[in-house]
Structures are given as C-alpha cells and as structure tokens.
Design a protein around this ligand. Structure first.
Ligand SMILES: NC(=O)c1ccc[n+]([C@@H]2O[C@H](COP(=O)([O-])OP(=O)(O)OC[C@H]3O[C@@H](n4cnc5c(N)ncnc54)[C@H](O)[C@@H]3O)[C@@H](O)[C@H]2O)c1
Length: 267
C-alpha cells in the first residue's frame, strides 16, 4: 500500500494547488512513489484529499495556503518541516486560467493571473528552496503550459503571459541554484482533463460540454485529453534522482497537440 520502494522513497514533497486537477494527480503519484506529501491549496478540499490519501495508507498532510501571499507560503514550509523534518521536493502547480478580452477586460483580470501564477510560484520557491538547500539539494518542478510558447485561442493574454514567464523563472532558478544542487524544471501540459478544463468546456458549449471536450480530443494526435496522473508521473520523474542531470528544461506533455504542421488531410 505505501510506496516504500518508489522513486521518491524517503523524500518529502510539497505540492501546491493539490486539492484537485493536476495537483491532486501529482500528489497522488508522489505518495504512491513513496514520498511524504504536503498538499497545499486555498480551500478545505485539500484537507479532505490529504485525509483520503492517509486513509489509503500514505503519509500526507493538507495545509490551507494562498500562494499569492508570501507569508502563507512561509507558513506552508514551516508546517512541512514541523511535520516531516525536511523538504526535498517542491512542485509549484497552483494556477488559474480565466479567458478575457484584452481591450475590454478590467486589469484586475491581468493582476489575478500575475498574483497566483507568477507570484505564487515565486513565493513558494522563495519560501521552500532554503529548506531544500538545507538538506543538500533536491528538485523543484513548476507547472507552466504549452500556452505561452504557443496560443490556441483569443482571450488567453493574461494566462499565456504568466505561463511563459514561468519558463523564464524555471531557467533563472535552475542557473541560480545549480551550485547548491537544486534542480529546477517545468512541465508544459496541453489539454489535461481537470475541473479547470471542464469549466472552460461548459463556458464554450453550455448545452453540451462533453461535445466541447470531444472536439478538443479529436484535435489531439493521441485522440484524447491527458490525465492528472500522467502529469504526476512526469513530475515524479523530474523530482526523482532518475532525473539527476536534468535542470532548466521544459518538458511538453500534450499528446502531440503542439506537433502538427498545417495539414490538408480531411479537406
Ligand atoms: N488542465 C489543463 O489542461 C492545463 C494545461 C496546462 C497547464 N495547466 C496548469 O496546471 C495547473 C493546475 O491546473 P488544473 O487544470 O488542475 O486547475 P484546477 O482549477 O483544476 O486546480 C487548480 C488548483 O490550484 C489551486 N489554487 C488556485 N489558486 C490558488 C492559490 N492562490 N493558492 C493556492 N492554491 C491555489 C486550486 O485550489 C486547485 O487545487 C495550473 O497551473 C494550470 O495553469 C493546466
């Protein structure tokens, strides 16, 4: 039941945005791979999910934390150290995505994305990396997106800007902390089926959200959306010693959705 023989055995991992979606997938895989996991998110749902992991035999602690608030991240790091004695891995996954019209949307729309997506990762890294350095090094994984490097639809200015920024943050931190044995990498998911994507599907096709999901799936070369667990497996690899020579990289996990050149097939 417990993942003592897993690739994260003996490690303590903090995962932000872990109450649902990709973060819940990451935390679940980390636990199965033997990590003691500290799950962070704003609401009480993260406490319930941590309890469910404990009920399944894993070591997990839930912490209510708003990553846009630096002191909240400091408290998260302190709770992790108080509970498990150390931190080896930080997975900065918390994020928001709200589509908007660039010219007419209030700038609070822009600022909300900056606060959670950019400052959230910044704050978590600033609060937790000193703890990782104390134990001789470890790994940071940041959830960016294929959106940012590329853009699919109008309305993504705030989101794309922040996700592109996370690639820069990844590379800068990888350079800055290489001499202290802290590796920093990011994942760039395409469409992963989560409450966030289900909400967007509902927005684009209120009568039949499954039709919108189906339309997305049919445009992906692998023919489906990804799962949070598939993201979790990638993060577990990047967080583990198996990835000991990887730092400053961005790994795309998108079922091939950013792969195709313009095609004339089907015309
Ligand atoms: N779902 C996708 O297709 C997709 C694709 C690319 C990137 N991403 C990124 O993956 C991450 C997770 O996305 P998801 O689809 O699972 O979203 P989701 O909305 O299903 O879950 C988001 C998680 O982040 C948490 N969160 C939000 N604001 C927070 C804050 N201020 N402090 C702490 N926690 C906060 C939520 O509580 C939740 O646990 C995001 O960074 C998102 O940008 C998602």
């Amino acid at each position: 039941m417990t993942g003592n023989a897993g690739k994260l055995s003996g490690k303590v991992a903090v995962v932000t945005g872990a109450s649902k979606g990709i973060g819940a997938g990451i935390a679940g895989v980390f636990a199965r791979q033997g990590a003691k996991v500290v799950l962070a998110a704003r609401g009480t749902g993260v406490l319930d999910y941590a309890q469910a992991l404990r009920d399944a035999g894993y070591e997990a602690t839930g912490v209510q934390c708003d990553v846009s608030d630096y002191q909240s991240c400091v408290a998260l790091a302190a709770k992790a150290v108080e509970t498990y004695g150390r931190i080896d891995v930080l997975d900065c996954n918390a994020g928001i995505c709200v589509l908007g019209d660039f010219l007419t949307s209030d700038d609070s729309w822009r600022d909300a994305h900056i606060d959670v997506n950019i400052k959230g990762a910044w704050n978590a890294c600033k609060a937790v990396i000193p703890e990782i350095i104390k134990v001789g090094g470890g790994s940071v994984v940041i959830t960016s997106s294929v959106t940012g490097d590329m853009v699919a639809d109008p309305g993504e200015a705030a989101y794309a800007m922040t996700k592109a920024a996370l690639v820069g943050l990844t590379k800068a931190l990888a350079r800055e902390f290489a001499d202290r044995n802290v590796r920093v990498n990011c994942i760039c998911p395409g469409y992963i089926r989560t409450p966030l994507v289900e909400g967007m599907a509902k927005q684009s096709d209120p009568d039949d959200p499954e039709r919108a999901i189906g339309a997305i799936a049919s445009a992906v070369p692998l023919g489906r959306l990804g799962t949070p667990e598939e993201c979790g497996e990638l993060c577990a690899f990047l967080a583990s010693d198996e990835a000991s020579y990887l730092t400053g990289t961005q790994v795309v996990i998108d079922g091939g959705s950013t792969l195709p050149e313009t095609t004339s097939m089907g015309q």
